[in-house]
Design a protein around this ligand. Structure first.
Ligand code: C2O
Ligand code: CU
Length: 449
């Protein structure tokens, strides 16, 4: 299928863009200058309405500012894959990279042999090809990235968004993708100061949005936007201060209830926002937030993007999103417990370092309560492949509404209890999504059979 909503064409940020006059083909409200840059949408190679078939070539390719990047289809972020729930996704990966690679479909409920991981499965060598095929059975805002040397390859630019739309949701005037990243983190990781990008001294790292520094996005006042935000950074925590934005969803589609408070986004996390530009430009700021807890007094908020209404117009009405209001499931005793510990470059789960881990086994078809305890002095975003989980409680306190996630931040000394439905067999990786922590050993596997 083809993209339904108004993702703008690709316009470079620098040098300052010219008038493009480009408009979305499906929206009358999104008009005017497109100063901000959006990833292009991948063209669909299959005319069948319920198949999205795309080709992705990974290569050393795009050049942005001073850094040469690794890219899918020579663009960073990589092309947005936009499908509808119920579609089948087919991706032909060809690699012209100098190193092995793979594509992991972060957050997607999918057959294990399509998960794109290095654990047991083989990677794609230089010059190699691999086709991934799987059904998209849940709406959500997913992303894709290599699971081979993830810290290096993700930081180099290999990432893109996979949007699975739910036709039951209302159509905003435009559906934007904002991928946040911090450049050259892996380079810094090889130095002595591994925490430089998010450390206690500089708590708000230099964010780029769709690889642009402080871009300006122009859209007609009166439009109603859905903005899908991804934190693709290796280590940076993103706390947006975005006046007027309403949080409506996260990793796994629409939330049970909206929120006017935007959560902190850990590495790998997504957030979906409804935003209604009107008369005045709105600056989106990143507030200082540290991996080591709280804001830093040494840093201040930084502007990361601006949305300029052009022409200005009266504010549009909120859309009626079908929030379920569902209550959380009952918290209960843990079947599996994972402790997170370590420091420096040595990070552990249950006191073990990947790949020397004990693998717990879970019977297929069962429900399992998984407790994650952070015993360390840093935060860790807990990510489980393939099996999205419900968050039952944080430090024993139940959440107010049903919350389904695939990446959930576990704060310092916090205990988070989750419930998974083990409905897919496989060796599902579970790890911290701070990529240097994962590489430092904070990874394990849950075996479902
Ligand atoms: Cu997005 Cu195992 O990772
Ligand atoms: Cu971590």
């Amino acid at each position: 299928m083809t993209g339904l909503l108004g993702c703008a064409p690709d316009v470079e940020l620098s040098p300052p863009p010219a008038e493009t006059g480009a408009t979305s083909s499906t929206s009358t409200l999104v008009t005017g200058r497109l100063v901000g840059r959006f990833p292009p949408e991948a063209p669909d190679l299959d005319p069948a309405p319920d198949v999205l078939h795309v080709a992705l070539t990974a290569s050393i390719g795009a050049m942005f500012d001073h850094s040469v990047t690794w890219a899918y289809e020579r663009t960073v972020p990589g092309p947005t894959l936009r499908a509808r729930v119920g579609d089948t996704l087919v991706v032909d990966l060809h690699s012209d990279l100098p190193d092995d690679t793979s594509i992991h479909w972060h957050g997607v409920h999918l057959p294990w042999d399509q998960d794109g991981i290095e654990w047991i499965q083989t990677s794609v060598p230089p010059g190699g090809d691999r086709t991934y095929t799987f059904p998209l059975d849940r709406a959500g805002t997913y992303w894709y990235h290599p699971h081979f040397d993830s810290a290096g390859q993700v930081d180099a630019g290999l990432y893109g968004m996979l949007v699975v739309e739910d036709p039951a949701e209302p159509m905003p005037d435009a559906d934007w993708v904002w991928v946040f990243d911090v450049l050259d983190e892996a380079l810094e990781d090889t130095g002595s100061a591994t925490d430089h990008a998010h450390g206690s001294a500089t708590a708000s790292p230099p964010w780029v949005v769709n690889r642009g520094v402080d871009p300006e996005f122009t859209v007609a006042g009166g439009s109603v936007l859905r903005v899908r935000v991804l934190n693709a950074s290796n280590t940076g925590y993103l706390h947006l201060d975005w006046p007027g934005a309403r949080a409506i969803g996260g990793d796994q589609g629409l939330w049970a209830a909206p929120s006017d408070t935007l959560p902190v986004l850990a590495p790998g996390d997504r957030l979906v926002v409804e935003f209604r530009p009107a008369e005045a430009p709105v600056d989106v700021l990143a507030l200082p937030v540290s991996l080591f807890g709280g804001p830093s007094p040494l840093d201040t908020a930084r502007r990361v993007a601006t949305i300029r209404p052009d022409p200005p117009g009266p504010e549009g009405a909120q859309l009626s999103w079908p929030f379920s209001g569902a209550a959380p499931a009952q918290d209960g005793p843990a079947d599996l417990v994972f402790t997170l510990s370590g420091d420096g470059e040595d990070w552990r789960i249950n006191q073990q370092t990947w790949p020397d881990v004990t693998i717990p086994e879970v019977p297929l078809g069962t429900e399992v309560v998984v407790e994650v305890r952070n015993l360390s002095g840093a935060r860790h975003p807990w990510h489980l492949h393939g099996l999205p989980f419900e968050v039952l409680s944080v430090d024993g306190v139940s959440l107010t509404t049903r919350t389904t996630e695939d990446t959930f931040d576990v704060d310092i000394r916090q205990t988070v209890r989750t419930r998974i439905t083990a409905d897919l067999a496989g060796d599902w990786m579970a790890h911290c999504h701070i990529l240097p922590h994962a590489h430092g050993g904070m990874m394990t596997v849950i075996r479902v059979q």
